[in-house]
Design a protein around this ligand. Structure first.
Ligand SMILES: [Zn+2]
Length: 228
């Protein structure tokens, strides 16, 4: 199926779903039209990341990093909803990242889109990976293929509940299948929130171990002051 038809089908699915389950703004919870992902009032309140702060993302050992909003107030609520089954904010972030990726010429250079993996246990509990929701939308709106099963995560404590020292230790929870060959491939890796950057840094390292060429980070949101 070509991309135009895929998108058409996608919008029809939204319309039909809306007949049975009202579409809600992931930030304030009000009912919105089936073709919207965030109500206009909340969308105007979302705080866009300044370009000087965006440069911080590049320290995750990548060639370039993009992110859309600060992880605060409305965006934070959007991420909470994304983890509680309202996927709208993840899709909104994926589309915004697609626009930014094109603006920074990443779309033309990347061969595939992947995402920060979730452990199997966590995936069973939540039913989906929110980073994959963002990656899937980014893939759909850029035409860059989505690639699953490149990176994996062992069951361990939740990353965001750990202190800095524990986080560094905890990144060993990530691993890859050493038989995968990504020689010469440029890859976009998605996540919902960047906090210290240690997770994405570890994922970028693993992709490089599989001979990937350029790594681009696409994070929906970034904490205001990256914690040390
Ligand atoms: Zn709203």
């Amino acid at each position: 199926m070509n991309r135009q038809n895929k998108l058409r089908l996608y919008y029809i699915k939204d319309f039909i779903t809306d007949l049975f389950f009202p579409n809600r703004c992931p930030v304030c919870g009000c009912i919105i039209e089936s073709n919207r992902l965030v109500c206009s009032e909340c969308e105007n309140k979302l705080e866009a990341l300044r370009s000087d702060d965006e440069r911080l993302i590049e320290r995750c050992q990548c060639s370039f990093g993009i992110s859309i909003y600060y992880y605060a107030k409305e965006a934070k609520q959007g991420i909470i909803s994304l983890k509680e089954r309202n996927l709208n904010f993840g899709r909104h972030l994926g589309r915004e990242l697609a626009v930014k990726a094109a603006a920074y010429d990443i779309t033309a250079k990347a061969d595939m889109v992947t995402y920060v993996p979730m452990s199997r246990r966590k995936l069973r509990i939540r039913g989906y990976n929110q980073a994959k929701v963002i990656a899937g939308e980014l893939s759909l709106f850029t035409g860059i293929p989505l690639k699953d099963n490149i990176l994996f995560r062992r069951d361990s404590e939740e990353q965001h509940t750990l202190g800095k020292a524990d986080r560094v230790k905890n990144v060993s929870a990530f691993y890859c299948d050493e038989n995968t060959d990504l020689s010469g491939k440029s890859i976009i890796i998605c996540d919902d929130v960047i906090t210290t950057g240690s997770t994405l840094q570890r994922c970028a390292e693993l992709l490089k171990k599989l001979n990937a060429a350029d790594i681009y980070i696409a994070a929906g949101t970034t904490t205001k002051y990256i914690k040390e």
